[in-house]
Design a protein around this ligand. Sequence first.
Ligand code: GTP
Ligand code: MG
Length: 447
Amino acid sequence: MAGDAGTIFAVSSGAGRAGIAVVRLSGPDTLEAVTRFTGLTDILPRKATRVTVKDPESGELLDDGLVLVFPKPRSFTGEDVAELHVHGSRAVLDDIIIALSRQPALRPAEAGEFSRRAFDNGKFDLTAAEGLADLINAETTAQRRQAQRQLRGDLAALYDDWRDRLMKAIALFEAEIDFSDEELPPGLRDEVDSAVQLLEAEIKDHVADPDRGRRVRDGFYITVLGAPNVGKSSLVNRLSKRDVAIVSEVAGTTRDVVEVHLDLGGFPVIVADTAGLRHGSDVIENEGIRRARARAETSDHRLVLFDGTQLHDLDPETVKLVYAPDTVTVITKSDLMESGWVPPAELPDPILVSSETGEGIEELVERLRLDVEIRHGGSTAPLLTRVRHLVALQDCLSGLSGYQQAGGVELAAEDLRLAVRALGKITGRVDVEDVLDIIFKEFCIGK
Ligand SMILES: Nc1nc2c(ncn2[C@@H]2O[C@H](COP(=O)(O)OP(=O)(O)OP(=O)(O)O)[C@@H](O)[C@H]2O)c(=O)[nH]1
Ligand SMILES: [Mg+2]
């Protein structure tokens, strides 16, 4: 990212035709540029003002619309910001962008540059910046909620609280080193020890299931498994309300893993259709079966399908699969089944569906949604959402355990500093040394 300040501009609304599009500017020459394009000075901050947008060179009318100005520091980036709301056509936007580009003081923004400036100006911490990116990419309700919590600063508050407590522990500990030959309140070391232990327990709890937040962010994986011809592809098509996978009466139709992305009651899921499990007849099919099994193992949930017209002839290998955790047993083709059928004893708690008539599909979706919700924990506690955070928290934990095992006080202090630095890296807000300075200044021990 080019670090130079300058004044940047970009179309901030989405691609394609739209009623309205927003062109945003940020930087020291923003207000001057607005004047050049609209002829207006002293525009009321944060109030929509009707304007005509003209090419400053040719004087040609480019469009009419609204302008909003946000003088620094009360803006998204912390700099002077303006938004031009114009008609969202390619022609209008292209001509405005070309005219803006001709201004020597302005240049097009790079990807993420507005947010980068907001971060540099202390508008938010790194986790909030990541939350904003997630919110922009959110496709389901659960993704939106998680991203908004992170953007709001829930995650930062958690990590900042841990960092503050660790800072205090360090300050106490350093005091003990510095004043070891003088009178010190008794029990100082015990206080540090118990603070570190408590912190360690809380962080360990937070990282215990690092995939929970990740699943909401990236999606839950569900694999559809079963013998050839049981109706796996038909079910995936029914669930996605589209014809994504080829369906035929030929056993062994599906060869590869076919993925569909769905919104399941607000949760993002990735359903994988797979090759029918059998002792395959050719090399390609065998590879498909290997992939099916591999995908099933790494999935969050599995659906194991059995053909309702073939329940007298269950494949023992497939039956074994239903006893894996997070697995739902599904009996297919209910429209072809005789009334009075009895569910086989080997299949626990099956859901009966027909991809032909849609029977049982709602029940299946509800069951999956509940399973996903249980796995997600339904918790509102901030969740770990990124590997970056996990790595830093693991560094922090190794610092804390290093402290507990350290031979001498110098080493122990270094371990604590390592732990606090790792936490600081997650939010990226404050330089660790700065905070240490503040804490030491506030630390009244007569020094
Ligand atoms: N009547 C009825 N037929 C179904 C239903 N589900 C699937 N079928 C039929 O069963 C046959 C096999 O369906 P597929 O969805 O291709 O089965 P599959 O499990 O994906 O098969 P492979 O990819 O070969 O492993 C097709 O002829 C479907 O039309 C159902 O609910 N009712
Ligand atoms: Mg198939």
